[in-house]
Design a protein around this ligand. Structure first.
Ligand SMILES: Cc1cn([C@H]2C[C@H](O)[C@@H](COP(=O)(O)OP(=O)(O)O[C@H]3O[C@H](C)C(=O)[C@H](O)[C@H]3O)O2)c(=O)[nH]c1=O
Length: 207
């Protein structure tokens, strides 16, 4: 499990109309381009409220995200694996991932051939209670394994779906070194995902 690096000192104090101070936290992970994001949660006797994305707040942290589409998936069983997916250029997607119900191990694999972290990954547990989101830039394959029944994942993407550009790498590729919380034989996944290539067999996609 990746350790959180100290967030750089660009955490932003953003004020709202009521003068209430709130802080958008952006933390670098072991691959710095993948960010763990915490947005403020305002709790009271009813429960909580939080803004989960606000373009200007993100841009003030150098995260200029122009999201075009929202996605949501629900997985009935723990041990359900979706991924590792990406869209090839020019439909490559940056994703902002959060969990609405349940929990996941969220994984991003660096596919940028010129990157010093090519083939390496970050893995981060996200849950509906953690108030955390993962920002996965274009150039990464993304996938997750659910840790609880009835887990709902919501994510914003900055490029629309293109079936013709949909691609992926095999989640069970041992060379990736991903410590999944489910054995390959027990995982629940699509036939499409079972047939994805190992990284060594994947044609170069991202420079
Ligand atoms: C991604 C997507 C899919 N679809 C259709 C295509 C299929 O008929 C159906 C299921 O698609 P798929 O099996 O690719 O769904 P997941 O396995 O949840 O894929 C997603 O899971 C991993 C974690 C990701 O990061 C990707 O964003 C995304 O590929 O939804 C659409 O109509 N629009 C879309 O944007």
């Amino acid at each position: 499990m990746s350790q959180l690096f100290p967030s750089d000192d660009r955490s932003v104090l953003c004020s709202d109309g009521k003068g209430v101070r709130r802080r958008l936290e952006v933390h670098c992970l072991a691959i710095p381009d993948v960010k763990l994001i915490r947005t403020p949660r305002f709790s009271d006797t009813r429960g909580y409220f939080c803004e989960t994305f606000q373009r200007a707040d993100f841009a003030a942290q150098g995260l200029d995200c122009d999201f075009l589409q929202d996605n949501q998936s629900s997985s009935d069983r723990p041990g359900t694996v979706r991924g590792l997916h990406f869209q090839r250029p020019p439909f490559a997607q940056t994703k902002l991932v959060r969990v609405l119900r349940g929990s996941i191990l969220d994984v991003a694999v660096d596919l940028r051939r010129s990157s010093s972290s090519f083939g390496r990954h970050v893995a981060m547990e996200l849950s509906s209670e953690s108030n955390e989101q993962l920002l996965v830039p274009a150039g990464f394959a993304h996938g997750f394994c659910t840790l609880e029944p009835d887990t709902v994942v919501f994510y914003k993407v900055d490029q629309v779906y293109s079936a013709a550009h949909d691609s992926g790498v095999n989640w069970a590729d041992s060379r990736l070194g991903i410590e999944w919380p489910v054995a390959s034989a027990e995982a629940n996944l699509s036939e499409k995902d079972r047939g994805l290539p190992m990284l060594v067999d994947l044609a170069p996609v991202f420079e």
